[in-house]
Design a protein around this ligand. Sequence first.
Ligand SMILES: [Ca+2]
Ligand SMILES: [Ca+2]
Ligand SMILES: [Ca+2]
Length: 415
Amino acid sequence: MFSGRFRHIFIASLLLLFVLGGVLLSQAGLKVEAQGKSNVIPNNFIVVLKDDIGSPQDVANEMARTHGLSVEHVYSTALKGFSATIPQARLDKVKGDSRVQFVSEDRVVEAFAQTTPTGISRVNALVNPNKGTGIGVAVIDTGIDLAHPDLKNNIVANKSCIRGAKTGNDDNGHGSHVAGTIAAVNNDIGVVGVAPEAKLIAVKVLNRIGSGTWSSVICGVDWVTANAATFNIKVANMSLGGSGSSDNNCGNTNGDALHKAICNSTNAGVTYAVAAGNSSDDASKFVPAAYDDTVIAVSALADSDGQPGGLGPATSYGADDTFATFSNYGSVVDLGAPGVSILSTWKGGGYNTISGTSMASPHVAGSAALYIKSNPGLTWSQIRDGLVAAAEALNAGHTDPSGLHPEPVVKADSL
Ligand SMILES: [Ca+2]
Ligand SMILES: [Ca+2]
Ligand SMILES: [Ca+2]
């Protein structure tokens, strides 16, 4: 079926919904609360002394005796002063002291909390004590931001199949987003993945605009297969695709090299999770999703609240806990997973919220890592069947008004 020309492939995502309000992310690791009165700590103050005060410690001691203050910290370099609990009745006297420049209210500052993306909540990953520790997951995509503070500790190898790109570093963002859903680190920043202790392998097969060729994708599949033992690669995610079809014979009947490469990689012990595609069409017209004999194909669920039951607000792509209107469908689809307004990591140490079956597939890839961790030695089809058996059945937390999506929605809590 390959006619000799390169087939261009697309990233199966909708780069539509960029992160705007709601979640504020910063590299500093600290978030100073807004200046609302609710963040003020009652009776706690920072007393700033005039710059010519010689010994803030002496002043603090003297004022503590005089006014009944309880001094905590004394400052002498960045500013002259001290923090203290000050009785309300004494506050005006402290403020009026000739040595005092001004008095600040003390306020709450907190470590910038890691946000749990709704998709991670929806698949119930965090309650599972299994974190996929040490299972290698290859992200065959635009690369991964190798220096991302929420990813780098999990990245164990990288490879570029793109001319002009020396490493598997991500110059697009898409692959970093996929990687974060699989295995963003469970720390105090950013987001967390389905399998936060799995290991990531960055395989760059798409260029900076998210475009590639089958030949570059096969380069990635080939490298993953050759290095599977070295990096314990048990899972690969391919949130990409193009038009095509399957002979369900590993491409040997219709001469499909990509299909053959993936079958051989699967036989070498790598389980492939792939995006079904975003064309509101039958996924059997798109590869690799159509390869029913060798991949797990994933459709996109619209979930707005991280919970089952359809109680969240409607999304741009359908009601809460229904399948996204853009999602491909059909008999080759094996599982659904969250794929609308998914928050994850991005290039340049950033974060982004985007939609697509590209975002759904890594929820399944991460879940496969968990399942393989607790059930080593299974074949890819046993892994698929195990994920399907543990998944949420139709009408058991989601509905399908379209009638196109009988597939269950992945659940990670019991894997
Ligand atoms: Ca994190
Ligand atoms: Ca929901
Ligand atoms: Ca399938």
